[in-house]
Ligand binder design. Structure first.
Ligand code: ADP
Length: 380
């Protein structure tokens, strides 16, 4: 059995010794104990058939547990009225599941109308949500087939949020869109979440998606066993066993760097324009980096600019490592929120910090092994 106890926030969803057996003998979920804090995104991850969807659907009683207790907001869901329970729980599925013959606005207004809000108020709320999920106001009058897959998925999210439920269940919501749109939708979800702070349960089989989105990740193994539940950095630093390590993949260290930011890496002034440095960082009148110029090349000041990808404090150490390798000067150009140059950081500095981050993770892992009952995650 694996118990997951994390953070100090109030528990919004709790599974206590929950199992689900189907009449054909399948055990979809096996003795699951898991507590999900309010306002966090918990990602359930694992290969196909390991019980993620069953776990998710037990939260809104689409599937009822065979044994054990599932509580939402401190209340056993079997004691709640199913319709009332679901009003407080938004549900987003792959390919959005929109009603094809209703306009986008009417799709989004579905739950408010069911709640008896009245047409005007429901439509006004739908229009507000359309904007919140980044869709143009004009798309409200369209029908689902007239939107792209990514736009339909945004509508699905808007519909789930319409009655402002505290809990959002998302079952492989971005599984059917291409990688570029998927990244956009992931960013949108993070942006929305920073405003709305819903308690989100998110199912995926994609570990990179889990690392990007999750405040914590619960890894399942076939047979409905929860193997480990921990924040992404901790999971990457100290996987509970070989199964988890294998699932996280060979590039665990790089994934870990994707979670650290450039913020605490020092910067220095950009190379001076006085001929002492070979590479000059050319900037616009406003101070935005435009490119690198090789002052020792045959063309001197006429030399073409080589590309620069300026980074902000909020960018990851992984991006910094990448840019430090791509930069002809071996320097990462750093900018503020307005894109104006603040300084540069050298390749060696980035390497040093990336290495330190790696080592710290290794130490955290060693400490955890020595004190397995710490509050962060417990595996038994
Ligand atoms: P996942 O979401 O991780 O892919 P599921 O939760 O959908 O996994 O399924 C877990 C297991 O339960 C699978 O073996 C699946 O075939 C089985 N299962 C799901 N629903 C039913 C059902 N209604 N009847 C019988 N077996 C089911």
């Amino acid at each position: 059995m694996t118990i997951c106890r994390q953070g100090k926030g109030k528990r919004m969803i709790s599974f206590k010794h929950v199992s689900k057996h189907y009449p054909n003998g399948t055990t979809a979920v096996d003795d699951l104990s898991l507590e999900l804090p309010e306002g966090d995104i918990t990602v359930l991850v694992g290969s196909s058939g390991c019980g993620k969807t069953t776990t998710l659907r037990m939260v809104n009683r689409m599937v009822e547990p065979s044994s054990g207790t599932v509580s939402v907001g401190g209340r056993d869901i079997l004691e709640a009225d199913a319709a009332e329970l679901r009003r407080g729980i938004g549900y987003v599925i792959q390919q959005a599941g929109l009603f094809p013959h209703r306009t986008i606005l009417d799709n989004i207004a579905t739950v408010p109308l069911l709640l008896g809000w009245g047409r005007r108020k429901a439509r006004a709320r739908a229009a507000e949500l359309l904007e919140l999920v980044g869709l143009p106001a004009g798309s409200g009058k369209r029908y689902p087939h007239q939107l792209s897959g990514g736009q339909q998925q945004r509508v699905g999210v808007a519909r789930a949020l319409a009655a402002d439920p505290p809990v959002l269940l998302m079952d492989e919501p971005f599984g059917a869109v291409d990688p570029v749109v998927r990244t956009q939708l992931q960013n949108e979800l993070l942006r929305l979440q920073s405003e709305l702070r819903k308690t989100v349960v998110f199912v995926t089989h994609d570990i990179d998606e889990a690392v990007r989105l999750g405040d914590r990740i619960a890894i399942f193994r076939t047979g409905g066993h929860l193997v480990q539940c921990a924040p992404p950095a901790e999971l990457l630093a100290s996987p509970a066993d070989d199964f988890v390590a294998g699932f996280l993949g060979a590039e665990r260290g790089l994934k870990l760097l994707s979670l650290s930011t450039l913020a605490d890496v020092p910067q220095e002034p950009a190379p001076a324009d006085d001929g002492t440095d070979r590479w000059r960082l050319v900037t616009s009148g406003r101070g935005e980096p435009l490119g690198w110029r090789d002052t020792e090349g045959p063309d001197g000041d006429e030399a073409p600019l080589l590309p620069v990808r300026p980074l902000r404090d909020t960018d990851s150490l992984l991006s910094a490592l990448d840019e430090s390798l791509a930069s002809p000067a071996g320097l990462v150009a750093r900018v503020d929120a307005d894109g104006v140059l603040t300084g540069v950081t050298g390749r060696d500095r980035i390497h040093e910090h990336a290495g330190r981050r790696h080592a710290e993770a290794g130490r955290a892992s060693a400490v955890k092994a020595a004190a397995p009952d710490s509050d962060a995650s417990v595996t038994a």
